[in-house]
Design a protein around this ligand. Structure first.
Ligand SMILES: [Zn+2]
Length: 154
């Protein structure tokens, strides 16, 4: 199955990796500026969500469109390379199945799961929507937790 050249693989991976870290920083600073406090990469939770908002019982995944296979025909970032199509399709399908499983597990544990895609981050409207979505999530101890948000700072 693995007839993809080393060069091609590392070229794609390098291109994607750079893009992968930037969106997360953008989301983090935007949400922080809007007063949301979170934990990072909680590896005790399925799928190790990028951000966890304990107060809102919400986890957030910031998905790179390529690796996570953004199912949106308008998305330019999710296009499969023109060579080794099968290799990439299989790989990305497996990633999507894993994501779906993790989301289901998290929901079963009572978490609200929010996914934002890399290509949605270029406009602040999507980020505003994200703030709203997190803030309006049903919380477990709504009233108790209306105190200072500083408590959740790691
Ligand atoms: Zn996308």
């Amino acid at each position: 199955m693995d007839n993809i050249s080393k060069e091609e693989r590392s070229r794609v991976m390098a291109a994607v990796k750079q893009k992968d870290t930037k969106p997360e920083m953008k989301v983090r600073s935007f949400l922080h500026k809007h007063g949301l406090r979170y934990r990072l990469h909680d590896n005790k939770l399925p799928g190790k969500p990028d951000l966890v908002f304990p107060r809102f019982r919400t986890v957030l995944f910031i998905h790179g469109c390529f690796w996570h296979g953004h199912p949106d025909e308008q998305c330019k970032l999710a296009r499969i390379p023109k060579s080794n199509v099968k290799f990439w399709k299989d790989k990305i399908r497996a990633n999507r199945q894993r994501d779906d499983r993790n989301i289901k597990l998290l929901q079963d544990l009572g978490w609200n799961v929010v996914v934002i895609w890399e290509c949605q981050l270029c406009n602040n409207a999507a980020l505003d929507g994200l703030v709203f979505q997190i803030r309006s999530a049903p919380t477990l101890r709504d009233k108790d937790q209306k105190r200072s948000s500083a408590e959740e700072q790691p």
